[in-house]
Design a protein around this ligand. Structure first.
Ligand code: SF4
Length: 532
């Protein structure tokens, strides 16, 4: 028996595709596999378990009245019902924001000794500690008590006891899951020393070249990057065959769904057509280097999707491909339209001319497309060339307009602080957003992070970079990003100032940014009625 654990903390709005699709594939290959979504189970334990009122009472006697009032309001609000499961919460932004805030407040109630731990719905921080620093992770794994312990002792360990697995795999996707992963693994190791512990997941692939024999990862009997599964060399580490059919699309199996509901007004199921990115050229992107593009070899995914529809509809399908190929989206939309499936979907697509093919966006709109995510990054043509995005501004404008006119929500990502970015570039982006504000429903701005394993990091001179270095205090093998200076100093700092002083001070832009659902962002945007 193979048990696959999804550790806390990741956005609890849907099953995570990595673990859930792996469980389905393993079972398909004859491996007895059970998934434990500790991410969701820990959240329910903490908010709706028996501890919360006890903690709240203890707090009442030790904290000032203003904190108590806020905490008690939050607790009664979330304990009576779960507002994030109700559609009406998604009609008014303030109501939604308050529901999220109340849940975060309830989550942060400390168990007494763990005052430096700050769990949230989508993040986890330990004050004075970083998940990229080995000694910090080691210290966390060996703590006397943590916010995850009561869940592990009361629920997870008894579950493991009854399942009696030979191997337990941890699926690590986000940095916010690292603390819980090492802590939960240490507790399992202590209680069940005979069970093999294996670590895998998307984050492991980002940590290329990390030394897995060093603490705290020596806690695991094996660390399996996805590449090892592709090369079919994971067998010795996991003890199970790994010749998985990775070319049939990636979907969940409804038998794996936990009994508690994910936090959304309707089920959201992730699905990916293939692996990697069909474009695979952006100079700041590390993804396509570790996953060469592999589209589905057959249309089996359509057959699996049909089964999911027959058992679980209606639902929202979250296409998780880094860049969903338009021809597969055509097939999906066609099937939904023809067969009348009650399924809506959203996907990341590139702003390429292919989207303007006659009838394509029309087909998507009538075939369930509720939202498109576009990584536009900038509206400065020179920067787009340096990024090798392969998109043109007039084409981007045309797609946004047409898509919006079809009733599709446009979710646009912008990046500020790319090496060599000038104020003129920043102003061009501002102008673009202002000119096309009516076709942009959500605007997600980020400050550029330079990934350590990106083409830019391999050729800094080609991008005006004069200094490239690790961020202070980060272990070099676990760090994901590098700090840099271009000819004018810190591009990131310039970007921060521009965003605050100029970009976000434009009321129309501010409104598009405010339209983002707090915390859950794109994961709940398709439900957010206030944006349309
Ligand atoms: S940024 Fe997106 S489109 Fe560009 S290579 Fe990476 S995944 Fe593909």
């Amino acid at each position: 028996m193979f048990v696959l654990i999804v550790p806390p903390i990741a956005k609890p709005s849907e099953p995570l595709i990595g673990a859930y699709s792996l469980a389905r594939l393993l079972r398909q290959q004859g491996t007895d596999c059970t998934i434990i979504d500790s991410n969701l189970a820990w959240l329910y334990h903490r908010i709706w378990g028996r501890n919360l009122h006890r903690i709240s009472k203890r707090r009442q006697s030790t904290q000032g009245p203003s904190i108590d009032n806020r905490v008690h309001r939050a607790i009664s609000h979330v304990q009576e019902h779960n507002p994030l499961l109700e559609s009406r919460t998604y009609k008014v932004r303030d109501r939604y924001a308050q529901a999220v805030e109340h849940m975060n407040v309830a989550l942060r109630l400390s168990n007494g000794t763990q005052q430096d731990e700050e769990p949230g719905l989508a993040d986890f921080r330990v004050r004075g500690s970083r998940p990229l620093v080995r000694k910090d992770l080691l210290a966390y794994a060996g703590r006397k008590r943590t916010v995850f312990d009561s869940y592990v002792v009361q629920e997870l360990l008894p579950q493991i006891h009854s399942l009696q697995p030979n191997v337990i795999g941890f699926s690590l996707t986000f940095l916010h899951q690292v603390y819980a992963t090492v802590r939960v693994a240490s507790m399992i190791r202590l209680n069940y020393p005979g069970i093999r512990l294996v670590l895998g997941g998307a984050l492991i692939d980002c940590w290329q070249g990390a030394d897995w024999n060093q603490p705290p990862f020596d806690l695991f009997d094996g660390v399996v990057p996805f590449k090892a599964l592709r090369r079919q060399t994971g067998k010795n580490m996991t003890g199970f065959p790994t010749d998985l059919p990775l070319d049939q699309g990636f979907l969940i199996d409804p038998v794996d769904l936990p009994k508690q509901r994910f936090l959304a007004p309707q089920n959201i199921f992730p699905m990916a057509f293939g692996l990697g990115c069909a474009w695979g050229r952006c100079t700041f992107c590390p993804d396509y280097q570790s996953h060469p593009y592999q589209p589905p070899a057959t249309n089996n995914w359509l057959h699996h999707l049909e089964q999911l529809v027959s058992k679980c509809s209606p639902f929202v399908l979250h296409l998780t491909d880094s860049c969903a190929p338009p021809n597969y989206l055509d097939q999906l939309a066609h099937a939904i339209h023809e067969r009348g499936w009650p399924v809506r979907w959203y996907a990341f697509v590139r702003l390429s001319r292919a989207l303007l093919a006659p009838g394509r966006l029309e087909l998507w709109a009538k075939g369930g497309c509720g939202m498109l995510q576009f990584g536009q990054e900038t509206a400065a043509e020179g920067l787009l060339k340096k990024m090798r995005k392969g998109i043109s501004i007039p084409c981007a404008a045309e797609i946004l307009k047409k898509s919006s006119e079809m009733g599709i929500r446009n979710y646009v990502y912008l990046l500020f602080g790319f090496p060599g970015e000038t104020e003129m570039d920043q102003l061009q982006t501002t102008q673009f957003v202002l000119q096309h504000q009516n076709y942009i429903h959500f605007l997600n701005n980020a400050i550029f992070n330079l990934p350590k394993h990106s083409p830019i990091a391999s050729n800094p001179q080609g991008f005006d970079i004069q200094q490239l270095r690790s961020f202070p205090g980060e272990d070099s093998d676990l760090s994901l990003y590098l700090d840099f200076q271009d000819a004018s100093g810190s591009a990131r700092q310039r970007a921060r100032i521009f965003l605050q002083r100029t970009f976000l001070s434009e009321p129309a832009i501010h409104r598009r940014v405010q339209a983002l659902p707090p915390v859950f962002k794109s994961n709940h945007a398709i439900f957010a009625d206030w944006a349309v």
